[in-house]
Design a binder for this molecule. Structure first.
Ligand code: TXA
Ligand code: MG
Length: 323
């Protein structure tokens, strides 16, 4: 039976000890739940890949408690990347940087770079601090779902997806609902200018606003570069997602609140703005699967702010229906 703890300080400390001992711990972040393992422990990482069903050439983000630990994992850090880290960490942003010796191939998918993030969720931060106090250097954590499926935003999502695959020593820290609901912004910082590889809640507009004060930094956020290991089809519920067309009776429907539900369709979410849209998206997908709804019709949000991240996930989750 998997231990799903409420997040007392004791539970967090025990979870940190468990990570040090080589076990897996699922924990909340402000974006989605992660499935954590000691990023330096090859055996633990191998089990993490197995539980997730993830190909081993697909790299995993290393989570640290503070910018102070960044140089343990990354080298040749451009000034603009350091500035981004100072401004947006702790927060929903992952930086891709050249790796140090510490970041082994089993974490980076045999690449020369490493993905690093300092999350802002207090439980995640506390877990990372406790882990580091005990000698840990970083927690590798992909989203705590089966590979290619919808990321979990509650502890019960994690139990449903992975509960049966975790060992009795593993743990799930229950920190309630994730604030944001979509994964972090991933920024490639290996060139002269930052490139967004995966949009998230740290938005293109925020980055551009910030970078314009640093005249020496060029920014090319419109680049269509894809991050390594990315797949066109991802973030998929069992239900088919359609971004065009009209739902029939019994089909699911997601749109801004001011848009009326087509006759006979089942309203899954009515967000008032893009932040609410992000927060509700994966929940709606999961609810549809739970209810056995086989088709979801979505009217995507505008592309502004976190809307870009939502549109990105919607395109990927609907891809299989386009081919
Ligand atoms: O919000 C998030 O980022 C969540 C929470 C748990 O932190 N994590 C997450 O991890 O979404 P994951 O593994 O589901 O997605 C991370 C993506 C992967 O597609 C991976 O290819 C990319 O980040 N990635 C990680 N390290 C990379 C690297 N060195 N180079 C390029 N892409 C990298
Ligand atoms: Mg994921």
């Amino acid at each position: 039976m998997i231990n799903t703890s409420n997040c007392t300080h004791l539970a967090i400390r025990n979870a940190a000890k468990s990570l040090i001992a080589g076990n897996l711990v699922a924990f909340p972040t402000e974006t989605v739940y992660g499935l954590g393992a000691d990023a330096t422990n090859q055996e633990a990482i191998a089990r993490l890949y197995k539980v997730k069903g993830r190909p081993t050439d697909h790299p995993i983000i290393v989570h640290i408690s503070s910018i102070r630990n960044l140089r343990k994992w990354a080298r040749e850090i451009p000034v603009y990347a350091m500035n981004l880290a100072k401004i947006f960490w702790p927060g929903p942003m992952t930086l891709i940087l050249p790796k140090t010796e510490l970041a082994k191939d089993f974490i980076t998918g045999y690449q020369d770079t490493v993905g690093i993030r300092v999350p802002s969720n207090p439980i995640a931060l506390s877990l990372l601090s406790e882990f580091e106090t005990r000698g840990g250097l970083g927690v590798a954590a992909p989203s705590a779902n089966k590979f290619g499926k919808v990321s979990p935003t509650t502890a019960s999502d994690v139990v449903l997806d992975l509960g049966g695959l975790l060992a009795s020593e593993d743990q799930i820290l229950n920190g309630g609902d994730c604030l944001i609901g979509v994964e972090s912004t991933i920024i490639d910082c290996t060139r002269n200018e930052p490139i967004i590889l995966r949009p998230g809640a740290v938005t293109k507009e925020q980055l551009q606003n910030f970078l314009k004060f640093n005249k020496s930094v060029n920014v090319n956020l419109n680049s269509q570069v894809k991050y390594s290991g990315s797949l066109d089809s991802h973030y998929s519920p069992v239900a088919k997602v359609f971004l065009t067309g009209t739902p029939n009776i019994g089909d699911g429907f997601i749109a801004y609140s001011h848009i009326k539900t087509p006759k006979g369709a089942i309203r899954l979410a009515s967000p008032k703005n893009n932040e609410e849209y992000a927060h509700l998206l994966y929940k709606s997908f999961r609810y549809a699967d739970f209810e056995g709804i086989s088709k979801i019709y979505v009217i995507p949000p505008n592309n502004y702010g976190v809307g870009a991240a939502i549109c990105d996930r919607l395109i990927k989750s609907s891809y299989k229906n386009l081919t």
